[in-house]
Design a protein around this ligand. Structure first.
Ligand code: ZN
Length: 242
């Protein structure tokens, strides 16, 4: 079994990304997997794509990547997200926009019996959120593997389904049991929304899955966002993790 650090929702926050990658060096994993939303909200889209392509073995597309690449409409985006995507499109290099267009929506890692997606296994392109027990129950039917990693809601958790159909939510660490299946939300590197402003990622190593948190220089990211003229709502939310 290989070990992995799973990161998601970087959202052009280079300070958070670099801090998380430095932390991951201590985890000593075989590879880093990225679940999508490299851009949108934050001030350094090109830089984040370059760092991600240099560090992650697999990269998926998120809804903000697709929107920045002009592949999906922004009807579900709030005005701040929309403004940030417009800013991102103007700022990004043509090469990186072309790169975003090519990213897949899902991936499988057979060796570890893992399925990867940004939003949900059921309808990856509909960008639904997997939040409640009911959502988990439905989505377990839409992948065959033991464990699915996803992101999108920026709220990390580990859902465990027992063979009898019991569903349990964990928030920090879980042992992978032989007869159970799992859905893990890796949280967000660049814009956490669970009330904890620290960057989040998931670590799968040995027989455990863990949600890890890392504090980074939020003030520096906010400074760069202000300089870029990004909406103040997006700047302020980083400090509260909402
Ligand atoms: Zn996101």
């Amino acid at each position: 079994m290989s070990s992995f650090a799973i990161i998601s929702d970087v959202h052009a926050n280079l300070e958070a990304l670099n801090t998380v990658l430095r932390k991951i060096e201590e985890d000593n994993v075989d590879a880093i997997l990225f679940l999508g939303d490299s851009v949108g909200y934050g001030p350094e889209p090109d830089e984040c794509i370059e760092v991600l392509t240099g560090s992650a073995k697999i990269l998926l597309a998120g809804n903000h990547d697709r929107a920045a690449a002009g592949l999906s409409d922004m009807s579900s985006f709030n005005p701040y997200a929309k403004a940030a995507i417009e800013w991102t499109r103007d700022k990004m290099s043509k090469e990186n926009i072309a790169f975003l267009k090519e990213l897949p929506l899902t991936a499988e890692i057979n060796e570890n019996d893992m399925f990867l997606v940004h939003s949900t296994p059921k309808e990856p392109e509909q960008w639904h959120y997997l939040t409640f027990e009911h959502d988990a129950r439905v989505n377990f039917k839409y992948f065959e593997q033991i464990i699915c990693f996803l992101g999108h809601s920026h709220i990390p958790f580990i859902v465990e389904a027992s063979p009898g159909g019991n569903i349990r939510f964990h928030y920090r660490l879980t042992e992978i049991k032989d007869n159970c299946r799992y859905i893990v939300n890796a949280g967000s590197v660049g814009q956490p929304r669970d009330g904890n402003p620290d960057a989040a990622y998931a670590l799968m190593k040995g027989n455990t899955v863990e949600i890890k948190r890392v504090s980074y220089d939020i003030v520096l990211t906010q400074k760069k966002m202000r300089k870029a003229g990004l909406p103040s709502y997006l700047i302020e939310r980083l400090a509260v993790g909402r």
